[in-house]
Design a protein around this ligand. Sequence first.
Ligand code: APR
Length: 238
Amino acid sequence: MSISITPSDRLFVLTGAGISAESGLPTFRASDGLWAGYNVEEICTPEALRRNPALVWDFYSKRRSDCAKVAPNPAHIALAELEAQLPGRFFLCTQNVDDLHERAGSKNLVHMHGELAKSRCERECGRPPVEDHAVYASLDQVGRCPCGGRLRPHIVFFGEIPLEMPRIEREIAASTLMLVVGTSGSVYPAANFVHWARQAGARTVYIGPEPPFNATAFTHIVEGKAGEVLPGLFHVES
Ligand code: APR
């Protein structure tokens, strides 16, 4: 299969944990995924951070360590190459907190659920997130904000507001083609993006080994692993 991108197309891409699976990072809801070994309420909510910051930092420090050991796969690289062919009309929104898109060369992207490689003040004092790759062996090693607050992972926890939504909504409204890669469609508002794109009149393509929960909203479903089917899937018309 080949999907054409015409000179008037604007491409919006949404990725989920599945695009990093072939790099060796676990997804969330697979039987051996991240949520199989943990209770979300214990590590990925504001209450969890208040109740047991050591457990939260232990979880995210391990994910930082895992992320440092892996590399982008052909799917990440294919998206970076596609972006280079579509100057000014390519936008990437990822739900992932790893930096594999950046390491593959993607430039115009947002992390709507935050970033592993950043931390911010748990007091929400207003200072911006800081670059932080540290793998903390214990809570007393975790850095402090200049205001005195302890740092927290710059991750959007369940119950918190995703980042960059106004920009994401503008980009979806302007898109003519949406590509969604490797996300089960379990979490909102990301699972709604395909419906918003259809309302904007866009073609909508899903890539993954199994249909997502919002499969009926896609005009094309390309079943397969992203690293295998994404490279070469799109033909950019001159
Ligand atoms: N290529 C493409 N897709 C794949 C691959 C692969 N090689 N391997 C697995 N997948 C697909 C699975 O079929 C599944 O649909 O990736 C999807 C992963 O789904 P989830 O584990 O639910 O991850 P995701 O959809 O990214 O979760 C969304 O939930 O827990 C929160 O904040 C977290 O960002 C995350 C959000």
